[in-house]
Design a protein around this ligand. Structure first.
Ligand code: BGC
Length: 401
């Protein structure tokens, strides 16, 4: 009996010893796995996971590395805006599509598309290229030019000037422009003039090495033409189109073609009347205070005077009103000392119907300046279209503002 009990005790002791050895062995194996990481071969498990997730995991790795790389390059360039653009591009490709499609191969191909995206290409090329030198204030080879007034097809003109970007936007390729200029052109029913104007103005402006955009602001409907209100709309809408905004505004009649490239389309310290001498007026200034045709104002000047009046329906007076606004706000009108630079050719057209109320309106300018202009501008934006050589802004300005 005791043997039996002894035997049971021995076998229990032996059993617990085996368990202890096994425990030690397991602990030793775990320690080795921890130190060397190669004892428990999990390759089978890994390959199964790999089959399912291969594209997705590399996809996320790409995303991570790319984001890191982008942050670095953009930090190097100290350019936050571009970093945002790139991250946004990538995120669209990943997050939206991933949840919708749940297809890793599809996602991988989408990210590759994202990587070849133009924004990124531009950013990469930007990081490798040294910054361009500043453009000359007044390039040395500027001089008098001829105007070609002969009829042209708009479609044909739109095939010219490949160096201009869609929307009629341009920046010099070999230097950094000193001036960012929006050309605002009030417009209705003058397609023939538009073609001739674009054909003339693009090479003229490119030669001056400025950054510019051409904005044609078309009045919707049949109400009397309101040039001044259209220019207010052009100011507001063109600013929305430009990151950082335009600094200088040239308000430009569509029937006027500059005849001297030295007539620089910049904004000097005071507002400038550009179109001083017009062939139709025998190259003579009609009167000293005239501010019509083509005029240049900075953002600051234009906003300080509350833009143009919105009240001038029909031909005439709105430019005289602006002259009064400028005086009221202590600006003064300037022109080139050498007036021969400010020569223009005028395109033929039927005379417009004059506004009989203009003289009466002009007596109120200084009193109502603050309550008539940009601050009270109302319009309905019909559409904004980017053509090759211009941005077309169509607005219904009929509301009484
Ligand atoms: C009108 C202006 C116009 C000028 C030259 C003036 O009588 O009020 O609007 O620019 O004539 O034509």
């Amino acid at each position: 009996m005791p043997n039996v009990s002894m035997g049971t005790a021995n076998s229990g002791w032996r059993g617990s010893r085996v368990v202890r050895y096994l425990l030690l062995l397991v602990l030793a194996l775990v320690a080795m796995e921890y130190l060397f990481g190669s004892i428990l071969d999990a390759s089978v498990l890994r390959s199964i996971r790999h089959l399912h997730n291969d594209s997705q995991s590399s996809f996320y790795a790409m995303r991570f590395n790319w984001a890191k790389q982008m942050t670095k390059t953009t930090q190097d360039k100290n350019n936050e805006a571009e970093s945002v653009t790139v991250n946004k591009t990538i995120d669209i490709n990943i997050d939206n599509e991933a949840t919708e499609k749940d297809n890793t191969i599809y996602l991988a191909s989408r990210i590759e598309e994202g990587l070849t995206n133009k924004t990124i290409e531009k950013l990469i090329s930007n990081t490798t290229e040294p910054p361009l030198p500043l453009c000359e204030e007044s390039p040395s080879d500027l001089g008098p030019i001829m105007a070609n007034k002969t009829e042209l097809q708009l479609d044909y003109v739109e095939t010219k000037y490949p160096e201009v970007d869609p929307g009629g936007l341009y920046a010099p390729p070999n230097c950094t422009a000193r001036h960012r200029v929006a050309i605002i052109v009030p417009y209705r029913d003058r397609e023939q003039h538009l073609a001739v104007f674009l054909n003339h103005i693009h090479p003229f402006l490119m030669k001056q090495q400025i950054e510019y955009g051409i904005f044609i602001v078309e009045q919707y409907g049949n109400k009397a033409f309101n040039r001044a209100k259209l220019m207010n709309v052009g100011f507001v809408e063109s600013q929305k189109q430009k990151a950082g905004g335009w600094q200088c505004f040239i308000f430009h009649d569509i029937d006027l073609l500059p005849l001297d490239q030295r007539n620089l389309y910049h904004c000097p310290e005071q507002p400038r009347h550009m179109s001083a001498l017009i062939d139709k007026f025998h190259y003579k200034l009609p009167y000293k205070d005239i501010f019509g045709g083509v005029s240049a104002m900075t953002v600051e000047q234009f906003t300080k005077v509350n833009g143009f009046s919105n009240k001038y329906w029909g031909w005439g007076g709105e430019d005289d009103d602006m002259f009064r606004r400028l005086n009221k706000m202590n600006y003064h009108l300037t022109r080139y000392d050498d007036l021969s630079i400010a020569k223009y050719a005028m395109l033929e057209h039927k005379p417009s119907v004059a506004n009989p109320k203009r003289y009466q309106l002009l007596t109120q300018t200084s009193k109502i300046l603050k309550s008539d202009g940009l601050s009270t501008l109302e319009y309905k934006l019909v559409k904004v279209t980017q053509h090759h050589l211009y941005t077309l802004i169509v607005a219904n300005i009929d509301e009484p503002s």
